[in-house]
Design a protein around this ligand. Sequence first.
Ligand SMILES: NC(=O)c1ccc[n+]([C@@H]2O[C@H](COP(=O)([O-])OP(=O)(O)OC[C@H]3O[C@@H](n4cnc5c(N)ncnc54)[C@H](O)[C@@H]3O)[C@@H](O)[C@H]2O)c1
Length: 239
Amino acid sequence: MRLEGKVAIITGAAKGLGGEMAQLFAREGATVIACDMAEMSYEARGVEYYKLNVTDTAACEAVFNYAKDKYGRIDILVNNAGITKDAMTRKMTDDQWNAVIDVNLKGVFNLTRHVGPYMQVQGGGSIISISSVVGVFGNIGQANYAATKAGIIGLTKTWAKEFSLKGGNVRVNCIAPGYTMTDILKTVPQDLLDKFAAMTMLGRLGQPIEVANAALFLASDEASFITGQTLQVDGGMRL
Ligand SMILES: NC(=O)c1ccc[n+]([C@@H]2O[C@H](COP(=O)([O-])OP(=O)(O)OC[C@H]3O[C@@H](n4cnc5c(N)ncnc54)[C@H](O)[C@@H]3O)[C@@H](O)[C@H]2O)c1
């Protein structure tokens, strides 16, 4: 029970990596507020659904107020909600660019701007954002997505500095997963997935639980001296 008594907010938690994290965190003793604009794909003890579109600034402030008023503390925030709208740069529309920036970058800012300073006053907490290997290496056809995932790394380093001021003791890290079997890969052709698997040292794609386990470690007190880091969970990928 590595998260006994802790309160966690996880975005994009109706399914996929967020869903895996929410269920794992709850099994480890946390109370989880699972935020998503879509309906939940599972039910689990200790996981409470909260309908949220992370691009909605006012709604993000509302879930922050809800969590602190109901539970009196927020120990963990996982900024996980993310989308792709792929196109080669010469063909990318404003809508594709704006949609991905809005969810993947502004959505991360929207909640953290409230939760980070609150944790600082509370005396501690762990913030984890989900970046991607694409933010580290870049990728053809994903200029919008790569910009947001690299942006998350910059935000992480900045927030690690800001929220530890005045003894804040807030740890801020991000995870850069490699290609992991969730619905986000549904549109990627199998031959490309095989190519991505071959690019890893372990010769395969990831499973959601492998990313969730890394998030559990960063959320827990076992990571008490780790902040400002990007943890690649990618089987040793070289793009
Ligand atoms: N699966 C991978 O291979 C992989 C690799 C690297 C990074 N990531 C990142 O991991 C995160 C989770 O991805 P996943 O693979 O679980 O994808 P997924 O599509 O299975 O799940 C994403 C969840 O986010 C929710 N969501 C989307 N937009 C939202 C919004 N505006 N407000 C609230 N919720 C919203 C969706 O409803 C969905 O439940 C994303 O940030 C993604 O970029 C995934």
